[in-house]
Design a binder for this molecule. Structure first.
Ligand SMILES: [Fe+2]
Ligand SMILES: [Fe+2]
Length: 181
């Protein structure tokens, strides 16, 4: 092996970085597949193909296991206060940079459906960011947040802690459209 070739071989650190990148990509791919299969399952159910719906649902669950394993190996799971910080930063990025940029593109290209989908997400992320910030303050003191239901609008993802509004403030769906957790 000549010196020049040897020089171009990745060192141990670079190899590990490649593995990390691979796992990050796999985590993203598996997460997306899981959600896609659930959407496909709902469609199969609408078509009366209940066993195919079950197949999609089960395989979606399998993909979540893969995603979870990858994320765990990546060291992404820490103490709750730290996890809340990571979640807060993710929501902040979506609010401050990602969705505003995506919305500009959707406006520029005149895609109304994309604009609505982005607006729905952006509105909810603002609530998520605040909820995570408040939860982190509690977690840092070793305390849980108050025992109240967290409800999500099935149409737009609007998220509310405690009482559910009569009408979703983001998409105007009725109170019945909320799923309570
Ligand atoms: Fe969010
Ligand atoms: Fe909504």
């Amino acid at each position: 092996m000549d010196d020049e070739f040897e020089h171009r071989l990745p060192n141990a650190e670079q190899l590990h970085a490649m593995t990390d990148q691979s796992l990050h990509a796999a985590f993203a791919g598996e997460s997306q597949a899981a959600e896609k299969y659930l959407v496909f399952a709902a469609r199969a159910e609408d078509e009366g193909l209940l066993n195919i719906a079950r197949l999609f649902t089960a395989i979606s669950f399998a993909e979540t296991r893969h995603a979870r394993n990858h994320y765990r190996v990546l060291g992404g799971i820490n103490a709750t206060a730290d996890n809340l910080q990571v979640a807060f930063e993710g929501e902040s990025f979506e609010i401050d940079e990602m969705y505003p940029a995506y919305q500009e593109i959707a406006v520029l290209q005149g895609d109304k459906q994309a604009q609505r989908s982005i607006r729905y997400a952006l509105k909810a992320e603002m609530d998520h960011k605040r909820m995570y910030a408040e939860a982190r303050e509690r977690a840092l003191k070793g305390k849980d947040i108050a025992d109240q239901p967290v409800s999500v609008c099935l149409v737009c993802g609007h998220t509310v802690i405690g009482d559910v509004p009569d009408k979703c403030p983001v998409c105007a769906a009725s109170r019945a459209a909320y799923r309570m957790f």
